[in-house]
Design a protein around this ligand. Structure first.
Ligand SMILES: *Cc1c(COP(=O)(O)O)cnc(C)c1O
Length: 369
């Protein structure tokens, strides 16, 4: 039984008629940049996020860069974020000229809110919590700290489309939130795409302007900006997929429940913890596994694909060697680094496939533990 890590093809096959029509409608109209599909997607996405404004951009990384720039963050500033994420979260901080300040994770693989205050200085301007793997951060605590120290908060929701904290959707707790529609994300385009959502009208206008060469209207450039737009083809595809995302997220959750039920009886692995008051959307199903690298090889031989999110925590990447961080500065996440393993997870994954993955894990520990 061959089990891929994600299966984008099966999703396309299931909705082929609708998606093909969406693509050909755009080509027939031949309006590829801006226009009605982008507008429609922005409106529907904002509304589904319970947010007032949505600005479609080229990808989730640009979304972070644009919002940081438009909040006025730059040289001499510091921005606090988590040690465990994809590099977009921190490289965009550096690209504004500001300095990323990394915080260790808690047991949920999320920024440890108890360690944030220690790192706040006169230069701190913002916090970027990442709802990693689709698991919401403790937003009450983060917003409380941000209010106390007058900091901006930007939620990186790249992995957490419509996850909930306290019955409220992630992305609505902060000044602005960013989304990625990279093909493998829970809501994925057929290429790069991303979005910013916010309730702040002026901030939304600034972001839209900056992402479109600083122009409010064509040939009227109020500032210098960049070219980072969501294109019509991606918007049309995303509009179709938006109708199914709740169902897909629910199926992912159900798959996680099946994994949990079986894996919890294996003493050599730890299943992901879920906080009360949250709705995890399982972009990634991550376990802690003893002898992780051997297990991974064993599963690979059985044609079960796994991944590691992420093999090296951000502060220990060569890109940040100038910050002189050490492993002991991040006791928890640097330990996770050795044991985390992401198992196959997508809505179309079948129960017997999950069982096969779990049986193979069991078999590995029976043989080699
Ligand atoms: C995917 C991702 C991004 C970047 O999104 P792109 O669309 O690939 O630029 C940012 N942050 C996190 C946590 C991500 O997983």
């Amino acid at each position: 039984m061959e089990i891929p890590f994600v299966d984008l093809k099966i999703q396309y096959q299931n909705y082929k008629t609708e998606i093909d029509k969406a693509i050909f409608d755009v080509i027939n109209d031949s309006v590829f940049i801006k226009g009605k599909y982008v507008e429609r997607f922005e409106n529907e996405f904002a509304s589904k996020c319970d947010s007032k404004y949505c600005i479609g951009v080229a990808n989730g990384t640009d979304a972070l860069f644009i919002i940081l720039k438009m909040l006025g963050i730059g040289k001499g500033d510091e921005v606090i974020t988590t040690s465990l994420s994809w590099i977009s979260t921190s490289e965009t901080i550096s690209l504004t000229g500001a300095k990323p300040v990394f915080i260790d994770t808690d047991d949920y693989y999320l920024i440890d809110t108890y360690k944030i205050k220690d790192k706040i200085t006169e230069k701190t301007k913002a916090i970027i919590p990442v709802h990693l793997y689709g698991n919401p951060c403790d937003m009450d605590k983060i917003i409380m700290i941000a209010n106390e120290y007058k900091l901006f908060v930007i939620e990186d929701c790249a992995q957490a489309h419509f996850a909930m904290y306290n019955e409220q959707k992630v992305g609505t707790f902060s000044d602005a939130a960013t989304f990625s529609f990279y093909p493998g994300k829970n809501l994925g385009a057929y290429g790069d795409a991303g979005a910013i959502v916010t309730n702040d009208k002026i901030l939304a206008e600034k972001c839209r302007m900056f992402s479109n060469h600083g122009a409010l209207h064509k040939h009227n450039h109020l500032i210098e900006g960049i070219n980072s737009r969501l294109d019509s083809l991606q918007a049309a595809i995303l509009l179709v997929k938006l109708n199914y995302i709740d169902e897909w997220n629910r199926k992912r959750y159900e798959n996680a429940v099946i994994y949990n039920k079986i894996l919890k009886s294996i003493p050599n692995v730890k299943i992901p913890k879920i906080k009360s008051k949250t709705k995890h959307i399982f972009h990634i199903y991550c376990i802690l596994a003893e002898k992780r690298d051997y297990l991974r090889k064993y599963l690979n031989e059985k044609t079960i694909a796994t991944q590691i999110h992420y093999p090296t925590i951000l502060p220990l990447m060569p890109a940040y060697s100038y910050l002189n961080y050490q492993q002991k500065d991040f006791p928890k996440s640097s330990l996770f680094q050795k044991n985390i393993l992401s198992l196959p997870m997508y809505p179309e994954l079948k129960t017997n496939e999950i069982k096969f993955v779990c049986d193979s894990i069991k078999e590995f520990y029976e043989k080699y533990a």
